[in-house]
Write a protein that binds this ligand. Structure first.
Ligand code: PMP
Length: 282
């Protein structure tokens, strides 16, 4: 694989980052994941916009313009002959003597690599749905910033696997915030319900696009928090993320939703979303 590190395209074995990098020592960095379908980038502009926002919230200057980032993404797709998969992008504050205070003159570290996932959009799991468990949301209070601080979400995924489920929904003050690596939704009486934006959740790029698609298709959308009990009593549930797109949820904490099959709204949204995004892909 060819990867990108600070201006260079290198074979992955030759790519190096300092052990003093603050991303490595302090999780002082942000990231984005952009899907690639048919060799084209899905919602690149959305990811570039959120990256700029994450950097700004952490007082890091943008190391590259949006055009430069697009160029690197495309170059990696070409060099790796990537058809379906994702591009991971990480920007950290850079390498400096270890100190809690931010270094004044560190150069950001920029790393990008591809991951091939043949048939990404035809994931058979979308036909059967996933099972989720609920766990307490004990993450920090700025989940709107997409930092590389992913230990608890990673532990949450492991807790889910151990419980025989696929993923975990995080619960704070009795309400679902989001999934470990996705936004959470329920459907009741045809209405799509998902938590409102705030510091408590990541502002999913897929969430924004899916809600836009839903509204354009005259589907009713309500942005508010919901409980696990309400979700268990819902007609359907689903999650969204850049790599899962729209993925149905068929079981929550052992309770089967409806007839245990993926719901119609989720299936329809997945179709509309993939359609629209493929059309607009760059
Ligand atoms: N919430 C969290 C906590 C996430 O990690 C992710 C994906 N990285 C999402 C939501 C979904 O965001 P997006 O649609 O931009 O992939």
């Amino acid at each position: 694989r060819t990867v990108y590190v600070n201006g260079d395209y290198l074979p992955e074995e030759e790519a190096k980052v300092s052990i003093f990098d603050r991303g490595f020592l302090m999780a002082d960095g942000v990231y984005e994941v952009t899907s690639v379908l048919g060799g084209k980038l899905i919602d690149f502009a959305g990811h570039a916009r959120r990256l700029a926002r994450s950097l700004n919230e952490l007082d890091m200057k943008a190391p590259l313009t949006e055009d430069e980032l697009l160029e690197i993404h495309r170059e990696l797709v070409a060099r790796n002959e990537l058809v379906d998969g994702m591009i991971y992008l990480q920007v950290t504050r850079g390498a400096a003597d270890r100190d809690f205070a931010f270094p004044v003159d560190a150069e950001p570290t920029v790393v990008l690599f591809t991951q091939s996932k043949p048939g990404l959009a035809d994931n058979p799991v979308a036909k059967t749905g996933i099972k989720v468990i609920s766990i307490p949301d004990i993450r920090w209070g700025r989940r709107d910033i997409k930092t590389v601080q992913l230990l608890y979400p990673s532990m949450g995924k492991m807790m889910a696997k151990k419980a025989g489920a696929d993923d975990a929904w995080l619960v704070e003050d009795g309400k679902v915030t989001e999934g470990t690596s996705n936004n959470a939704y329920i459907v009741k009486g045809g209405k799509i319900i998902t938590r409102q934006l705030g510091n408590e959740i990541l502002h999913g790029i897929t969430r924004a696009a899916v809600l836009r698609c839903a509204r354009e298709a005259q589907m009713e959308v309500e942005e508010r928090a919901f409980t696990i009990e309400e979700a268990q009593a819902a007609d359907e549930a689903f999650i969204t993320s850049a790599s899962a797109f729209v993925m149905p949820v068929v079981e929550i904490d052992g309770a089967t939703l409806g007839d245990g099959k993926p719901g119609r709204v989720a299936a329809r949204l997945r179709e509309i979303y993939l359609d629209e995004m493929r059309k607009a892909a760059v």
